[in-house]
Design a protein around this ligand. Structure first.
Ligand code: FE2
Length: 131
């Protein structure tokens, strides 16, 4: 029996267009809101077409020494040019990036996962330290 964790792929985001890139401060103050932006294809652009697109990004936080991750945000990207006129003929596209504001009380790790409709599941992580 397989495990879903084994299906998540990771790589260097500078050369692999599917890896979620997490941008956040290296150090934050406990209890103060900060912004976390997750982008797909920051260096190598990922397509955004009806046939090939990023479906969603999920953000989680796991405190240092904690056992469980906590879900922070979900972003679903649902507009990719589909229309009654055919693929890529629609009037609207969503971009596969999301910014979340959050605060933490302990240092830990931000995890991001994403899904490409034809290239599967991807992941990345970034540590957060407290001032
Ligand atoms: Fe893809």
């Amino acid at each position: 029996m397989g495990k879903i964790g084994e299906l998540y792929q990771s790589a260097d985001w500078k050369t692999e267009k599917h890896v979620p890139v997490i941008e956040s401060p290296d150090v934050v103050k406990a209890g103060e809101m900060f912004a976390v932006t997750v982008t797909i294809g920051k260096e190598v652009a990922h397509p955004n077409t009806t046939e090939h697109h990023i479906q969603w990004i999920r953000v989680y936080y796991k405190a240092e020494g904690g056992k469980f991750p906590y879900a922070v945000a979900n972003a679903d990207f649902q507009a990719h040019g589909a229309s009654t006129d055919g693929a890529n003929a629609g009037p609207v596209y969503t971009d596969h990036t999301v910014t979340v504001r959050m605060k933490v009380s302990k240092p830990g790790t931000i995890f991001a996962s994403s899904s490409c409709n034809i290239h599967g599941l991807w992941e990345n992580a970034r540590d957060v330290k407290l001032a």
